[in-house]
Design a protein around this ligand. Structure first.
Ligand SMILES: C[S@@+](CC[C@H](N)C(=O)[O-])C[C@H]1O[C@@H](n2cnc3c(N)ncnc32)[C@H](O)[C@@H]1O
Length: 299
């Protein structure tokens, strides 16, 4: 995270450029011409997000590379999520609206791609089952359904169960599954992970900790362990801070995790809960503001 993107005007400029075509022009090396695009770009240069390209020709280039930069829609949605979350806080409401769930879904597209292309191929038993067309996937916090739909589209024959505590999310997930022509392979349930009662069923489970309140997480991890087949895998991104982060960044990650519902949980605590229910943590991957735990139910 570039620290200046915590500034509301900087986020606004980034989101507007992404939503209205200017960001796509930047990424394609084309000059910006519209007056408002140039005003946004000037602010992003001052903020250290962009730098001026070949002097005087109106082109700009990002100073840094981020996965979401390549997809302006996902970038606009990620910015929208941040702003909507902040607005909810100002208004003192916990209620997550349809627009925010949809924006979160689009912002999860990068995570879905990383899961199917980068992470699952490392998990031999789950990968084999999914590629073989017999794999079953558990999507905890299905939201707008992007992760389940991406997975089912990638592996024909794979099936997903998506659970969420918000009826609004399930309606969006149903639309997304239909849009991707995988509706008959995606089962959706209004259910908390804490109440999951499947046994020995899934080859792979996805559980993003930052959205799940702690009281549900501990019971949920035990329920997911029971729900996986022996040898099945849990992929669990966990919000985390590093000693290299500035104090502001660490505080912002903690604040964001609290607003999303799951709060910040330290690595040793996560390892303790996973081991306590019988998972073996085989590997961890470090991402921006999160650590991804790859844990296995022993075969
Ligand atoms: C931001 S969404 C994840 C985005 C999603 N991957 C997508 O493709 O849209 C996280 C979801 O977790 C859900 N959630 C929170 N607590 C939960 C719980 N205890 N059990 C199941 N889902 C939960 C939230 O309602 C929210 O919709």
């Amino acid at each position: 995270m570039i620290a200046s993107t915590r500034h509301v005007h900087v986020l606004g400029a980034l989101g507007r450029l992404a939503a209205t075509g200017g960001w796509a022009r930047v990424m394609d090396g084309k000059p910006l011409e519209a007056a408002l695009d140039l005003v946004d770009a000037e602010l992003l240069v001052a903020a250290g997000v962009l730098e001026v390209g070949r002097v005087g020709d109106g082109t700009f280039v990002p100073t840094d590379l981020h996965a979401c930069y390549a997809d302006p829609t996902a970038l606009a949605d990620a910015v929208t999520c941040e702003l909507q979350q902040a607005l909810r806080q100002v208004r003192g409401t916990d209620e997550v609206g349809r627009d925010e769930i949809r924006a979160r879904g689009s912002a999860s597209a990068a995570a879905a791609t990383a899961l199917v292309e980068g992470v699952v191929p490392m998990l031999a038993s789950a990968h084999g089952a999914l590629v073989g067309g017999r794999g079953e996937f558990l999507d905890v916090g299905v939201g707008a359904g992007v992760v389940s739909a991406t997975l089912c589209r990638t592996w024909p024959g794979a099936r997903a169960v998506g659970i969420d505590v918000l009826p609004e999310a399930l309606a969006l997930a149903r639309d997304e599954a239909a849009r991707c022509a995988v509706a008959e392979r995606v089962e959706l349930r209004l259910q908390s992970v804490a109440d999951l009662d499947d046994v020995d069923r899934f080859d792979l489970a996805w559980l993003p900790q930052v959205f799940v309140p702690r009281v549900d997480l501990d019971r949920g991890i035990a329920a997911v362990h029971r729900a996986l087949r022996p040898g099945g895998w849990l992929v669990m991104p966990v919000a985390s801070v590093s000693d290299d982060d500035s104090e502001l960044d660490r505080a912002a990650v903690r604040h964001d995790a609290a607003l999303k519902g799951g709060g910040l949980v330290d690595d040793a605590d996560v390892r303790g809960v996973l081991a306590g229910v019988g998972f073996t943590v085989e590997r961890t991957l470090c991402g921006v503001d999160q650590t991804v735990f790859l844990a296995r139910r022993p075969g």
